[in-house]
Design a protein around this ligand. Structure first.
Ligand SMILES: [Zn+2]
Length: 281
């Protein structure tokens, strides 16, 4: 059987008509998802992706779609589109920001008005004000997406704090990180009945001591925001490359996915982009 050479891991945050950074419009998101279906791509679960890294045969055209933080718009817009096309994605939840309460209307049910969606900058202001319900998912919505099979859920810490930037010493920083892992695991366990081995670093920051601690807590698959590398069979599961999806249509998107996965073009593209970045810095 032919198997995938590389599995690109794609990173989204918002799918929303609100404009702003790290936001894909519902129109472009649908165009991208439809494009994947038309080109015959498989969207893997995290477990299937783990199997690929371990050398199990995987469909040649496979991708892993990931979303960070757990915004309400993922339920309102991304979930109905994934459901319509039968694809699957992952959300890394900041567990301390996920609320309680009933499921809110999503774009699938047209009779009820949709909740107002804050822009990315408004969401961050709401985090800072400690009032996250209008920006973030509720556990009931997490459950509904899980049951529908559109999304699976993993840890993205409990508070999304960059403790390395606000702690006085490294020991203090590590003590805070320990609490992040503990609290996040406890909430996932309480609401989903399980905690996986998949974890995503807030703002992409990690260091060797962070990796060791994550592994001690049972997180073997660590998702970075480093874009310019390929996830291949036998790649290090503690260093998974992801690239950000732009707010563009299927044409750009499919080209980017093809480039990322290509055995010759992919490494050349990554080298060129890394060089450009260094040159600019
Ligand atoms: Zn994040």
């Amino acid at each position: 059987m032919k198997t995938a050479h590389c599995v690109p891991v794609l990173m989204y945050h918002h799918v929303s008509p609100e404009t702003g950074p790290i936001t894909t419009s519902p129109k472009n998101f649908e165009s991208q998802i439809k494009g994947l279906v038309e080109k015959g791509y498989t969207t893997l679960t995290c477990n299937q992706f783990a199997d690929f890294l371990a050398g199990k045969p995987t469909p040649p055209k496979s991708v892993l779609l990931t979303f960070d933080d757990g915004y309400l718009d993922n339920w309102v817009y991304a979930h109905p589109i994934l459901k319509k096309y039968g694809l699957h994605a992952t959300i890394f939840l900041v567990t301390g920001l996920i609320g309680e309460g009933p499921v809110r209307p999503c774009a699938e049910q047209s009779d009820n008005p949709l909740p107002r969606l804050p822009s990315h900058l408004e969401c961050r202001a709401l985090w800072a004000a400690g009032s996250t319900d209008s920006a973030m998912l509720r556990w009931s919505e997490v459950q509904a997406m899980r049951e529908a099979g559109t999304f699976e859920f993993h840890s993205h810490t409990h508070t999304h704090t960059r403790w390395d930037q606000v702690s006085k010493t490294r020991d203090e920083c590590l003590a805070h990180m320990r609490k992040e892992f503990e609290a996040s695991r406890a909430l996932l366990k309480a609401h989903l009945g399980e905690v996986s081995e998949h974890f995503c670093w807030p703002q992409g920051y990690f260091a060797e001591d962070y990796v060791r601690m994550a592994q001690e807590f049972g997180f073997q698959y660590l998702y970075t925001t480093q874009a310019y590398g390929q996830n291949l069979c036998a790649s290090d599961p503690a260093h998974i490359y992801r690239f950000a999806v732009k707010n563009r249509s299927a044409r750009w998107f499919l080209q980017r996915v093809w480039t990322a996965a290509h055995p010759v073009v992919g490494p050349l593209y990554n080298k060129w982009r890394s060089w450009k970045r260094k040159f600019r810095a």
